[in-house]
Design a protein around this ligand. Sequence first.
Ligand SMILES: *Cc1c(COP(=O)(O)O)cnc(C)c1O
Length: 461
Amino acid sequence: MTPLREVPPVHRFTTDPSVARYDALLGHSVVRSQVQAVLDEMRASLRAGSTSQLSLDDLRRAMLARLAAAQAAGLVRVINGTGVLLHTNFGRAPLAPAALAAASQLGAGYTNLEYDLVAGKRGSRYERVSAQLCELSGAQATFVVNNCAAAVLLVLDTFARDREVVVSRGQLIEIGGGFRLPDVLRKSGAKLVEVGTTNKTYALDYRNAWTPQTALFMRTHPSNYRVEGFTAEVDAATLAALAKELSVISFEDLGSGALVDLTPFGLPHEPTLREQIGAGLDLVAISGDKLLGGPQCGVIAGRADLLDTIKRNPLLRALRVDKTTLAALSATLALYLEPDKLEEIPLFAMLKATVSELRARAERIREAIENGPKGPLLQVRVCDTESTTGGGTLPLHCIPSAGIAIGARELKPDGLAEYLRRGSPAIVGRVEETELCIDLRTVQPGEDQELILALTRFSQH
Ligand SMILES: *Cc1c(COP(=O)(O)O)cnc(C)c1O
């Protein structure tokens, strides 16, 4: 039995390099308290009469497990090997270097966020980004809020409070995270008027639903599901024309919000913001961190007079974005305005990568691991996979891709997956039968080396 007085002191561990490594990540006092907690547990179990012999190594292992868990509970960098390009759990779109530089430069000091430098007086934080969005979409005016959900809420709250909103039964969506259109409508004080059926809605259904209380004809883009087969929807142009005729506002929650045609990237056609504005819709809402490839935010685009009304809604104050978001969004939009720079946006670089490029990367990773120390502990092979855009965009569409499939001797793929998830950076893949699959389309090219390092370290642990 280990006598109580032989429980080692805290500094014995906090000076150990494998533990001290966490100082930079968590702060020394957090590390110290985690180490202390393991030692306290040991003392408690000795007092309770435990006879187990715990070596220094056992203790260190317990501490490292706690520290890794503490680290994983905070925001850490993740290497995304799932092949889901806009994974909502992983923060959707990675930002372009130019967007990060802008956010860092403007976030570090003061900016003219709400100051007109020429006139020397108060200005608007949205002016520059708004001009870029108008140019890219053809809209008269635009406005940026916290996310697309906020954009929808703001439009409904501004125009439909105590009035009626007509929506097709085929478009009464739940986006995920509990954002269900009927609930949002109720919250904003609007009355939902459902028309049509799940599979078929006609223009006449909207016309018949019109009353003097109608504020909006609303469309939602089925960004995360498909209604296929015997179906009919009212297209944006038809709905916009009907709304105009009946003097109500036409509004589309476009969600995924592509700004450019995605077919050159091998994706199915997605309606762009410009197309929907061009179809005559009065207002369109999109998300900033889906197919736009920018920071989390939402954009409302459309008629200038309606945007002016929205800007007077007191709710706006609670939904506005900060300077770093605006800086990142504006820098991302600047890349759209110079078409040869589009692939500086990581989303487009990931889409553009060919299967043979990905296979070549996979082959290099396989070789490095095979030639590494004790390589045979892991079996790595190059495999074909399928990526998806994810994040509630382009449902059911698969993008051919390639990656590595890893089998570990003496360990189930779930165990290997857990080991990699606990690393720094964390690595997340997909378990497929007996292997862990890492799709390289969503692994940034600069991360291949870290992947090799983590897998080599696994062979040695
Ligand atoms: C994703 C999505 C939203 C929500 O967007 P956030 O930016 O995540 O708030 C709203 N509507 C549709 C149609 C969507 O696809």
